[in-house]
Design a protein around this ligand. Structure first.
Ligand SMILES: Cc1ncc(COP(=O)(O)O)c(C=O)c1O
Ligand SMILES: N[C@@H](CCCC[NH3+])C(=O)O
Length: 463
């Protein structure tokens, strides 16, 4: 791998971006523990190690780009959620954030349940041995085939998302001679403080049944009448990458309000509520995420306060964190291909991946951090934009970042906090091959999802 010097580009742009990147950090070699996986450190030569394995070795063995996942960190975060909520609540890991058979086994061993939202996620979960009764099945347009597979497998709950689905699931369950446990997903009318595309509790969007206009109450009425269904609770998920607990507070208040209405109208106290996922993580040093025990305390207190006020038995609570468990546990390792200083603007650093392994920057204008990890450097900071190899000018991985001005082709850089919604949203755009996921732990590395090959691509092309 070349370590040649490169003529320094502009040190800073004429116009620095607002906010977090308005000034370089004091020392580019220091890694903020808030943003990186727990076992990350630099060795005596300045090379980054994770789980006791050095990244230059990982690059030699598995190539780049690669997602490097810290198994001990994943397990610790899963356990922290489980412990924080205790025996009277359930934690369903949201598989959409990242799912593989190894992850399912870790979750099962750590006592978590699993939320899946497609036949593919269900198949992965079952094939890795997750007991069906610990699986919740979500989605706003589940096919009859998916519903049938879920009911046959005996999933613990199906979360109903529309009036048509209430009838559809009841019909499938009845035709299989079963009574399926279900929750109804409602939209509580909360504007979550997050990106528009990942907020899900305002009324004008595709998920759930609105509380407004008595629609949720009507959905409950219908579900209670159908023999194929056992209505066990109400579900609310307000969005994703949220730091402010006030949205959850309003959601809990409104969900409990509906439970009270149901008790008053039908004489039934539903035993469960699910408050969804959505808790934010640190992508940059500017983000301050909450710890699972703080979240558990806040949510359980809100629900019991609201239930006491409504004179209801406190229902069993469940939550569905995805990003908060897997997000911080992985980084993407890239090799620098070209370094292009644009006078008075910034330096474009092209890596061997891009929007095909991380679409979040293009899709949500997401912010990320980045560091040189194959060595340390005393060079001046330069304002950089980390871009991919795709044929799009919007193919940006890290929009604004400071990297050392001696960055050169062949250097390894890493983008932390890419465990969630990166591999799971990866594509083959430009027929670029999806990277592997390599798990590291106690000085050992192993591939848990292998790199795609050109044969994989060509196998599907049967024309
Ligand atoms: C129903 C549901 N549950 C859980 C999640 C997981 O969200 P997050 O990864 O933000 O915790 C999502 C995604 O936003 C979701 O749609
Ligand atoms: N995929 C989104 C979040 C949506 C989660 C699923 N409801 C992200 O990367 O932030």
């Amino acid at each position: 791998m070349s370590r040649s010097a490169h003529p320094a580009g502009p040190r800073h742009a004429d116009v620095l971006p607002e906010g977090h990147y308005s000034a370089p950090p004091a020392d580019l070699n220091v890694l903020d523990q808030k943003v990186w996986a727990q076992t990350v450190a630099r060795d005596a030569d300045g090379v980054l190690t994770v789980g006791g394995v050095d990244v230059t070795r990982l690059a030699e063995l598995y190539g780049t780009p690669a997602y490097i996942l810290d198994e001990a960190d994943f397990r610790a975060r899963a356990r922290a959620w489980r412990t924080a909520f205790g025996a009277d609540a359930d934690v369903f890991y949201a598989g959409k954030a990242f799912l593989s058979r190894a992850v399912v086994r870790w979750l099962s061993e750590e006592g978590l349940n699993l939320d899946v939202c497609s036949g593919g996620e269900l198949a992965t979960a079952l094939s890795a041995g997750m007991p069906a009764e610990r699986i919740a099945f979500h989605g706003n347009n589940k096919s009859v085939d998916e519903i049938e597979r879920a009911v046959r497998a005996g999933v613990g709950r199906i979360v109903l998302d529309s009036f048509q689905e209430i009838v559809r699931v009841a019909h499938v369950a009845q035709s299989l001679g079963k009574r399926q446990k279900v929750q109804i997903r409602i939209t509580v009318g909360v504007e979550a403080h997050t990106h528009e595309f990942i907020a899900t509790a305002h009324e004008d969007q595709k998920f759930g049944i609105p509380l407004a206009g008595g629609q949720a109450a009507e959905a409950v009425r219908r579900a209670l009448q159908l023999d194929g269904l056992e209505l066990i609770g109400i579900h609310s998920h307000i969005g994703s990458q949220i730091f402010d607990m006030s949205g959850f507070e309003v959601a809990a208040h409104r969900v409990v309000g509906l439970l009270r209405e149901i008790r008053d109208e039908h004489g039934v106290e539903l035993p469960e509520i699910d408050l969804g996922g959505g808790l934010g993580i640190a992508y940059t040093s500017a983000d301050d995420p909450r710890e699972p025990h703080e979240i558990a305390k806040a949510l359980t207190e809100i629900v019991s306060r609201e239930c006491d006020a409504a004179k209801l038995r406190t229902p069993r609570i469940s939550v569905e964190p995805g990003r908060a468990i897997v997000g911080p546990t992985a980084f993407t390792l890239y090799e620098v291909g070209t370094v292009k200083p644009l006078d008075g603007l910034r330096t474009y650093v092209s890596v061997d991946g891009g929007m095909s392994d991380n679409i979040r920057t293009a899709l949500y204008d997401a912010e990320y951090s980045v560091a040189l990890v194959s060595r340390t450097s005393d060079a001046e900071p330069m304002l950089a934009r980390v871009v991919g190899k795709h044929c799009e000018s919007g193919d940006i991985v890290v929009k604004d970042a400071f990297l050392p001005a001696d960055l050169a082709p062949g250097d390894l850089i890493a983008v932390p906090a890419t465990g969630a919604y990166c591999r799971s949203m990866a594509s083959n755009y430009n027929h670029v091959l999806r990277p592997p996921v390599v798990a590291v732990k106690d000085g050992e590395a192993r591939v848990i999802v292998r790199r795609e090959t050109e044969e994989d691509l060509l196998r599907l092309d049967v024309g």
